[in-house]
Write a new protein. Structure first.
Length: 377
């Protein structure tokens, strides 16, 4: 961007920031209040504390002995995958199982190689962390033929068993509900006037599900506007995100009210670019992520650094559930059927539900519950 045009853009954005912020509190010109009231109710429910009574399984098989498990992660640079793998590791340790992690480094080729490495180790179980089963069908057929039990975290667009991929169960908060809530919050925060950009990567089915759900919420607001959806390859976030952000600033200028995407990691590179463009924190564009509650996301929300919300998952708790699901499979029992509810983190509740540790970790006693089921201390 040329210096003169960049200066003009900065001045225009800063001059309109006050107007944009005022629009948050202003009533929408012609929006039907029905959808807005419904979305406000959804947001209120999703920002309530996530602790309290345990709503997961209370019965199941005792611990199988001497099992070996490998967690194959799409990328350990994603806080969701990292937290899920750490949770599974701690749960496996509680059972006395052998456990290891192989990092797919954020791209399809390395992830496929990581899965092959895991199969070669001949473990009892494999956990797929955001690995696309459709792209790895032959490998999953191979794992099934070798008698390896496979469970997954965030590998398909819905929680539950994935029979055609030989996945005993996929553990996830429903991605469509996560993403729809993110879109709802943009509508509610903008009080029916949100103008939103969506960053996607449609090579992954779960991202397709999330992007479509975000856009569904925006489109349900007849006085909002979906500006564009742009491709941001997940494996190239550091390299591609700054230039994409500058392009959006040039294309939309003061109309760029909200930027939404499926993972917080994009905003690690959006925020420095916005600051370099002379845009002050607290001004549009406001950033909202449909996953997954990273440390940096919590810090941005807490400090008012552009990001106003994330829809985190209890990924560390999901790690414990993944081990429980494997234990059920090893004992020839069905999946638990447990599916966690959506939760929205904003500045008002960022220090609740484990937020002081920059991780959404419900204080519902899940570790004690799982240990009780497994018959371990």
């Amino acid at each position: 961007m040329k210096a003169k045009s960049l200066f003009s853009l900065r001045r225009a954005l800063l001059a309109t920031a006050g107007l944009a912020l005022a629009a948050v509190a202003a009533a929408p010109a012609s929006a039907d209040s029905g959808f807005l009231d419904r979305m406000k109710a959804d947001v209120a429910a999703a920002t309530a504390p996530g602790g309290g009574a345990w709503d997961g399984p209370t019965s199941g098989p005792t611990a199988a002995k001497g099992k070996t498990v490998v967690f194959v992660s799409l990328t350990q640079n994603s806080s969701g995958n990292a937290d899920a793998s750490h949770g599974a590791g701690d749960a496996a340790k509680a059972l006395g199982w052998n456990y290891s992690v192989i990092d797919g480094k954020g791209n399809a080729t390395d992830s496929a190689n990581a899965l092959q490495q895991a199969i070669a180790l001949k473990p009892d179980g494999i956990i797929l962390g955001s690995i696309d089963p459709a792209s790895n069908k032959a490998a999953l057929d191979q794992a099934a033929a070798a008698g390896i039990t496979v469970v997954s975290w965030h590998s398909t667009s819905t929680p539950g068993p994935v029979a055609d991929a030989h996945i005993f169960v996929n553990v996830s908060t429903p991605p469509d509900k996560i993403a729809y809530l993110a879109g709802e919050y943009a509508v509610v925060h903008g009080n029916g006037t949100a103008q939103a950009e969506v960053i996607s990567d449609r090579q992954y089915q779960i991202v397709v599900t999330k992007s479509d759900a975000i856009e569904k919420a925006i489109k349900e607001c007849d006085t909002c506007k979906l500006l564009s959806e742009d491709n941001g390859p997940f494996g190239e976030v550091p390299q591609r995100t700054p230039s994409l952000t500058n392009s959006l600033l040039q294309r939309f200028g003061k109309n760029l009210g909200y930027m939404l995407t499926f993972n917080d990691v994009y905003f690690d590179f959006v925020v420095p670019t916005l600051k370099s463009a002379g845009i002050e924190p607290g001004s549009p564009p406001f950033l909202i992520s449909a996953g997954d509650g990273s440390v940096s996301a919590y810090q941005r929300i807490r400090n008012g650094e552009f990001q106003i919300a994330t829809v985190p998952e209890p990924a560390y708790m999901h790690g414990w559930q993944l081990i429980d699901e494997l234990n059920r499979a090893f004992n020839k029992q069905p999946p638990s059927g447990y599916v966690t509810k959506v939760h929205l983190v904003t500045k008002d509740n960022v220090d609740l539900d484990g937020g002081k540790d920059n991780r959404y970790d419900p204080q519902n006693g899940y570790q004690a519950q799982y240990k009780k089921i497994w018959g371990v201390n």
